[in-house]
Design a protein around this ligand. Structure first.
Ligand code: HEC
Length: 187
């Protein structure tokens, strides 16, 4: 083998190497077919689905009045008031709600938004408003000290603040009994 032939052979070997890798680069690669013009939108949609899934975790089952004992419903209230609520006739609360102007700000219709939140199902709503507060205590506090807890999306200081001075214990008890009777709509 002379010097020239040796270098020619090396040249051919090099050339086929280069050609081979060029061919390999041009061959259709299955991985490249994933990259389509739709990839961007697809990725965004997948990310959105994941994000919304995280924003809406499965809601824990809410307690209702029907799940609770009397002791749990009236917990935290003065014993006399708790007894007065249990002895009261809830139906009397309707007149009291008119006489004390409550119905000027609260409707019984879930779809009617007035100045205050609807009283539709308020008995069950009261169970879950404030962690650790019994529903009867929550209603009592909502009437006697409206700013102690302000319902989300409603401004503080709008509800009449003087019921603690104007309502008798008997009327207060009847109103709370009435509000507690508005329940069971979510079951
Ligand atoms: C001038 C309007 C107005 C009047 C009158 C009024 N309220 Fe309210 N009430 C509101 C507003 C606004 C809220 C929500 C803001 C807050 O929590 O204080 C509210 C909240 C409540 C809540 C809590 C509701 C919930 O979904 O948690 C109860 C219970 C309630 N009121 C009972 C009464 C009773 C009983 C009367 C009458 C004795 C009455 N209100 C009179 C405006 C009013």
């Amino acid at each position: 083998m002379n010097w020239l032939r040796q270098h020619r052979l090396m040249g051919v070997a090099l050339l086929s190497l280069v050609l081979g890798s060029l061919l390999a680069a041009c061959a259709p690669d299955p991985a490249t077919s994933i990259i389509t013009p739709d990839l961007g939108p697809q990725l965004i949609a997948a990310a959105r689905a994941k994000a919304t899934g995280m924003e809406q975790p499965e809601a824990p089952a809410l307690l209702t009045l029907a799940d609770m004992s009397d002791e749990e419903i009236y917990a935290g209230l003065d014993g006399d008031l708790a007894a007065a609520i249990q002895a009261a006739d809830p139906a009397g609360g309707e007149n009291l709600a008119t006489a004390n102007a409550c119905i000027g700000c609260h409707s019984l219709d879930p779809d009617v938004v007035m100045t205050g939140p609807t009283w539709h199902n308020i008995g069950d709503t009261a169970v879950n408003r404030v962690a650790g507060e019994s529903p009867a205590y929550y209603l009592y506090q909502s009437i006697m000290d409206p700013n102690a807890y302000v319902v989300t999306d409603y401004p503080a200081g709008i509800m009449t603040q003087t019921y603690q001075d104007t309502l008798s214990q008997e009327d207060l008890a009847t109103l709370i009994a009435y509000l507690l009777s508005l329940h069971g709509a979510g079951e």
